[in-house]
Design a protein around this ligand. Structure first.
Ligand SMILES: [Zn+2]
Length: 156
């Protein structure tokens, strides 16, 4: 294993893609987020009729890492753009991702509006006002009680 978290966790994603990029490779990944990202991958490939790659630019974020970013980019409410209560924080259970998509046949980035349109039915919140990526999260669907219910229903 050449680096930490170099583990295939679904057909199109490896665990390290979701880790905190600044400190210690900490990663929290909710299984429902992974499931929905695979569905997004299928939806985009079908819509564009091309092979696509979804690139995760931000997954799990530790408090330490978020504080560092807040100091650099400023906090929301104080003229900045970083949320003190970012859904990327590990305490929320690995329910958020920032991502962009590459059309693998043209090599070009798929417009964020196109990605957001396909993402909207799959996630609770989709933010597409950023130029380089969209934000998706499952702040309602991935609550712990929801997960427990889904697991017990799946058992015979
Ligand atoms: Zn985000």
């Amino acid at each position: 294993m050449s680096r930490p978290n170099n583990i295939q966790v679904s057909p199109h994603f490896r665990l390290y893609e979701f880790e905190d990029r600044a400190f210690d490779h900490v990663v929290v990944l909710h299984p429902l987020l992974l499931e929905r990202l695979e569905l997004l991958h299928s939806a985009l490939a079908e819509k564009l009729e091309h092979q696509v790659a979804i690139c995760i630019t931000r997954g799990s974020v530790t408090v330490r890492s978020n504080n560092q970013l807040g100091k650099i980019l400023g906090w929301i409410g104080e003229g900045g753009i970083v949320s003190r209560n970012s859904r990327h924080l590990t305490k929320f259970g690995g329910i958020a991702a920032d991502l962009y998509t590459i059309d693998q046949e043209t090599g070009l980035m798929v417009p964020t509006g196109t990605v957001a349109d396909e993402a909207r039915p799959l996630f609770d919140v989709v933010l597409d006002h950023y130029p380089t990526h969209i934000h998706v999260d499952l702040r309602d669907s991935a609550k712990p009680n929801t997960e427990v219910r889904a697991v017990s229903e799946a058992r015979p």
